[in-house]
Design a protein around this ligand. Structure first.
Ligand SMILES: NC(=O)c1ccc[n+]([C@@H]2O[C@H](COP(=O)([O-])OP(=O)(O)OC[C@H]3O[C@@H](n4cnc5c(N)ncnc54)[C@H](O)[C@@H]3O)[C@@H](O)[C@H]2O)c1
Length: 366
């Protein structure tokens, strides 16, 4: 591969809408990026926007997302609001003709997903979705080997992800419609779709679930969901989740296992984080529950990544840098496209229906 020093490196003005956990990572990374010469941040909570503006030395902050998105000095927009608020800012940015990076999932309904994907295509706007799991080295490199035929045609496999009920309750508080399937299994559906390639489509979904932990807290959400997808090649994958582990379990983010079987090989990814332990008498902070202090922690299990001495490591860091690089230079961008995200949304919505009805859901004309 050619490293092109001749890239025209464009300066960028960036707006970050949503100044919470992920918006803060994105804005801090943008502030450190050499192409970014103008940064504005927003939030419906003025205090949150001001705090992030102070932290990043942003040029301005506002509670009015439209004033930031339509600022003529802003070239590209990052939407890091809760799931149910994505559509508003994404649509405004597309209408302003500005490239968008929005957090996953693209939307929570097929109608919104279709509308945003179609609008971006019509307006010729580059709309990307932050399925950051792609950007963990172990997944990115495995997919590269798969795309070069190293395991042959994919037969199928399994993915499963654990996390604590503490974190899931924080997610449900942020957005009660963000179920473990729509909000978390979505990463693995995106990743397997990426490995299978653009010509392979999901054709059928089956699912079962059970739960009492979240129902006891007032959320009609299963604690454990076991789901399966059949693809157009005949490949079959299971996508399982339990985000109801007791709060003291040492993970502070996704603990993942992934196994992909091919005709000529296999990829096994251990992403449980059990290889990196911290025991402390002074408490390890959970990003989702600041008042929770673990004594025993899987270090590195914070899904989005880690800040250490002013630098960020991990998936959000690599993803944000690649997106800003590609916006500045035109270099290849590996973030999920609107069309891929729309397809993933349909699969995860169908998993919810399959689980409720106990019936297989065909995905014709997806
Ligand atoms: N890629 C990853 O690793 C990863 C990890 C966690 C969350 N996420 C995604 O990031 C998004 C945000 O999650 P979070 O954990 O940062 O949530 P958060 O609650 O910490 O932050 C969201 C912020 O958006 C603000 N907000 C709400 N509605 C708004 C609106 N209409 N306009 C402007 N601001 C608004 C809130 O006040 C809050 O400050 C979600 O879509 C989530 O799925 C991605």
């Amino acid at each position: 591969m050619v490293i092109n020093i001749g890239f025209n490196k464009k300066k960028l003005g960036v707006a970050v809408i949503g100044s919470g956990r992920i918006g803060t990572h994105r804005a801090r990374l943008a502030a450190l990026h050499s192409a970014v010469t103008y940064l504005v941040v927003g939030d419906i909570n003025e205090e949150a926007a001001k705090k992030l503006a102070d932290l990043t030395n942003a040029s301005r902050y506002s509670t009015d997302a439209l004033s930031l998105i339509n600022d003529p000095r802003v070239d590209v927009v990052i939407v890091s609001t809760p799931e149910d608020a994505h559509a508003f800012s994404v649509e405004a940015a597309i209408n302003a003709g500005k490239s968008v990076l929005v957090e996953k999932p693209l939307a929570l309904t097929i109608e919104d997903g279709d509308r945003l994907a179609n609008l971006a295509r019509e307006k010729g706007v580059d709309l990307r979705i932050g399925y950051s799991q792609r950007f963990l080295q172990k997944y990115f490199v495995a997919r590269d080997e798969i795309s070069r035929g190293k395991i042959g045609p994919i037969l199928g496999g399994m993915t499963r992800v654990y996390n604590t009920r503490t974190n899931m309750l924080a997610i449900l508080k942020r957005c009660p419609e963000a179920t473990p399937i729509l909000d978390i299994i979505t990463y693995n559906v995106d990743y397997i779709g990426w490995c299978l390639g653009p010509d392979v489509v999901p054709v059928e979904v089956q699912a079962m679930g059970y739960g009492t932990v979240f129902r006891d807290q007032g959320y009609d959400v299963d604690d454990i969901s076991l789901t399966m997808v059949k693809y157009s090649t005949g490949a079959v994958f299971s996508f399982d989740i339990c985000y109801a582990l007791p709060g003291g379990f040492p993970t502070t983010g996704q603990s993942v296992r992934m196994e992909i079987m091919g005709r000529d090989g296999v990829v096994l990814i251990d992403d449980d984080h059990r290889d990196q332990i911290l025991y402390t008498e002074h408490g390890y902070e959970n990003a989702y529950a600041k008042d929770q202090k673990l004594n025993l922690a899987f270090l590195g299990s914070r899904s989005s990544g880690e800040w250490a001495d002013g630098q960020m490591f991990g998936r959000i860091a690599d993803e944000t840098r690649e997106w800003l690089d590609s916006q500045s230079t035109g270099a290849k961008c590996h973030l999920t496209t609107a069309e891929e995200a729309r397809q993933t949304l349909k699969v995860t919505l169908a998993m919810g229906v399959a689980s409720e009805t106990g019936q297989p859901i065909p995905l014709a004309n997806i």
